[in-house]
Design a protein around this ligand. Sequence first.
Ligand code: SF4
Length: 115
Amino acid sequence: MCVSSSGNIYECGYSTTQLGSLAQIESFHAPNTNYHRFVRDRLTGVMEMCKGCMIEGQCGGGYNITQEFARATKTAKIERMCDFYHRMTQEILREQLQEAAAQELELLQTATERR
Ligand code: SF4
């Protein structure tokens, strides 16, 4: 969260989406406030573009500023972002699987040597 010098609250300093203000901080979390909608609209299963994505639960639409920027400039940045996230996730999982398989093999070899 970021608070501007005028007391407006944003997700971060680069965001143009005002989530609330210090003057109305008592109702910041209340239903149907900007903050409430901001969180609700990013829950798993809610974002239309993310439905069916293999990493929806972990990614949740990615970095919101990228979404804001892509909407404002109408670039293909989102497609590239998703492709990058998918590939990185696959690489991380592949790496983790290789490490787990190597550890399992080491345990099996140790157990066999003890017999
Ligand atoms: S990778 Fe793209 S489609 Fe998948 S959850 Fe993230 S933003 Fe949504």
